[in-house]
Design a binder for this molecule. Sequence first.
Ligand code: CO
Length: 224
Amino acid sequence: MEVAPLRSLKHLFENNLKWADKIKTADPQFFAKLSKQQAPEYLWIGCSDSRVPANEIVGLLPGELFVHRNVANVVVHTDFNCLAVLQFAVEVLKVKHVIICGHYGCGGVKAAMENKTHGLIDNWLRNIKDVYQRHEARLDAIQNDREKLDLLCELNVVDQVANVCHTTIVQDAWRRGQALAVHSWIYSIQDGLLRDLNFSFSGQEQIPPIYRLSEIPKPKKLSI
Ligand code: CO
């Protein structure tokens, strides 16, 4: 009996050769051009779920979509990883759109709806329990578990869009007059289709007053 190649994922390297060949056949200069710069217009913040491959869903090639993924597409203001991606995308790459894309039937959101223990990840999923708590009356009124989960998946996207808009990064960009829109999308694994939840923001005046930050005052010159 042949032993499974635990230490070498040869088939993935073979796939890679085929993939690179296919792209080079379509455009012989593709990788040469791409290696010089990346200039994506979009930042995608989505779920790590293997069934939601960001580039493929929207038919974009490498170089066209900057991507951050984590379990249940959560944006936490103390998550240095997510903030670093957002800052680089907005301030250096100057993306024009930030897309928060959730998906129906999200396992992370489902786990957050339950009381089962899963280990360290429960600390991460706690953020989604906060979303539930904020919309408790609306969610508790739904009897069907599937419908409840789908609504929480949508509400989670909307809340994460708000979190993105409340960052200093996005507010600074808006104050500078940078064109930047933040979008709320949801994807269905069942039919492969995206839906716009129509909560999009493109200016500081659209966020609640309590979150609006004024300009950082310029340091005063010392007079000696
Ligand atoms: Co998910």
